[in-house]
Design a protein around this ligand. Structure first.
Ligand code: DAH
Length: 348
C-alpha cells in the first residue's frame, strides 16, 4: 500500500538498502544500524516530521513500512554473515579422520621387574603372601635374630654399609624373617619378601653394591626338607623350563640347619654341559635350608612343635640366567636400547 508520504522515505531507504547490499563484513552492518536506525539515527529522526504533516496516520504507516523493509534486509544479511562465519569456523576445526595417527611408543618393562613379578606370581600361586621389610634395619634383625651374633665369622661374608653402630643397609632380605615372626606371634607363616639388598662389594659384571633378593619363609607344624625341595622344584619348572630338575648341595648358613645350595639343571643344554652352565649341566640359583632352632626360639617359636624352611633367591641372577644377560650393571643403567633389545628377545 502506498501513499503520498512514501517519497519522503524513498531516497534514504534506497541508500540504506544499497549500503546493506554492499556491506562485506558484519561490523559494517552494525555501523549501518547505529547510523540510521538508532534513536537519533538519520532514518529514525525523520519521524519528527510527523508534527508538520497533515495526515499523521498515513505518514506513520509510510515510515513504518520503510523502516520494516530496512530492518528485514538488515537482519537477513546479519544472519547470512553469522552463518558464513560459523561455517568457516567449523571448516577450520574439521578433523580429517582418514589421516594416519601419530604413533605413541608404549613403555617396555625392564627385565628385572618382569622377573620380579614372575617370581611373585609363582609363589602367590602356591599360597604365599608378599611381605615388605625395612631396607635400613638394625643389627638385631639383620644379624642377631638370624643366629649371627657379634664377631661371628659369617658377618664377614656380608660386609655391609653401616649408618651408625647399630643401623645398617640390610645385606640380605633374610632380615625380614625376624620381623615377620615377631608380627605373627607364634602363628604359622607362609611369605615371600622381594626387596633391595646392599653390600660393600666392588661393582663388576656379576656384582653390584645394590641388588635384590626374594626371601621365602614357611613355618608350621611338620614342615620338612621334602616340602622345601618340592616347592623349589615347582618354582624352577615354572621359572625356567617344564622339565627343569633341581639338586641340593649341602652348604652353610647360620640361620638354617641343614643348609643347602640349590642348583637347577641347565635349561640351555638340558644338562649336557654348555657355556651357560660352564660344562657342569647345573646352575646355582639360590640358598635355602630348614630354619635353625635358635632362630625359631629367638622369635618365639618352640622348635619342638614348629619347624620351617627358608630360601633366598637373587632376582638379577635369575633374570640374567633366564634372558642370557651378561652384565648385572645393565639392569640399572636406564639404557633404552637394552630394554628394547630384551623385549624383542622375549617376543621371539
Ligand atoms: N641370606 C642369604 C644370602 O644373602 C641367602 C639365603 C640362604 C636366604 C639361605 C635364606 C636361606 O633364607 O635359608 O646369601
Amino acid at each position: 500500500m502506498s501513499n503520498r508520504y512514501d517519497t519522503i522515505f524513498e531516497e534514504i531507504e534506497n541508500k540504506i538498502l544499497e549500503l546493506i547490499v554492499k556491506a562485506k563484513v558484519l561490523d559494517e552492518l552494525v555501523d549501518i544500524r547505529n547510523k540510521y536506525l538508532s534513536k537519533k539515527g538519520e532514518f529514525s529522526v525523520l519521524m519528527n516530521k510527523i508534527r508538520e504533516v497533515e495526515d499523521k496516520k498515513a505518514f506513520g504507516e509510510s515510515y513504518n513500512l520503510a523502516r520494516k523493509k530496512i530492518e528485514t534486509r538488515l537482519s537477513e544479511k546479519i544472519a547470512e554473515f553469522q552463518k558464513f562465519a560459523l561455517n568457516e569456523q567449523l571448516k577450520s576445526q574439521m578433523i580429517d579422520i582418514t589421516l594416519p595417527g601419530i604413533n605413541q611408543e608404549s613403555g617396555k618393562m625392564n627385565p628385572f621387574f618382569k622377573v620380579k613379578r614372575e617370581i611373585e606370581d609363582i609363589f602367590i600361586g602356591m599360597g604365599y603372601t608378599v611381605e615388605n621389610g625395612p631396607e635400613v634395619d638394625s643389627d638385631r634383625y639383620v644379624f642377631e635374630l638370624l643366629n649371627i651374633p657379634k664377631d661371628h665369622p659369617a658377618r664377614d661374608m656380608q660386609d655391609t654399609l653401616y649408618i651408625d653402630d647399630n643401623l645398617l643397609l640390610r645385606s640380605h632380605t633374610s632380615s625380614v624373617q625376624a620381623h615377620v615372626m615377631e608380627k605373627a606371634k607364634g602363628k604359622p607363616i607362609k611369605i615371600i619378601c622381594p626387596g633391595k639388598t646392599f653390600r660393600r662389594d666392588d661393582d663388576d659384571m656379576t656384582h653390584s653394591h645394590q641388588f635384590a633378593q626374594v626371601e621365602g619363609l614357611v613355618i608350621d607344624k611338620n614342615i620338612n626338607l621334602g616340602n622345601l625341595k618340592a616347592t623349589l622344584e615347582l618354582f624352577a619348572k615354572k621359572m625356567f623350563s617344564k622339565d627343569a630338575k633341581i639338586r641340593f648341595r649341602s652348604s652353610y648358613f647360620p640361620f638354617t640347619e641343614p643348609s643347602v645350595e640349590v642348583d637347577v639343571s641347565c635349561f640351555a643344554c638340558k644338562g649336557k654341559g654348555c657355556s651357560v652352565c660352564k660344562g657342569s649341566g647345573w646352575i646355582e640359583i639360590l640358598g635355602a635350608g630348614m630354619v635353625h632352632p635358635n632362630v625359631l626360639k629367638m622369635s618365639g617359636y618352640d622348635p619342638e612343635i614348629y619347624s620351617g624352611y627358608a630360601f633366598g633367591i637373587g632376582i638379577e641372577r635369575v633374570a640374567m640366567l633366564r634372558y642370557g644377560i651378561d652384565d648385572i650393571r645393565r639392569f640399572y643403567q636406564s639404557d633404552i636400547r637394552f630394554i628394547e633389545e630384551f623385549n624383542k628377545k622375549v617376543e621371539d
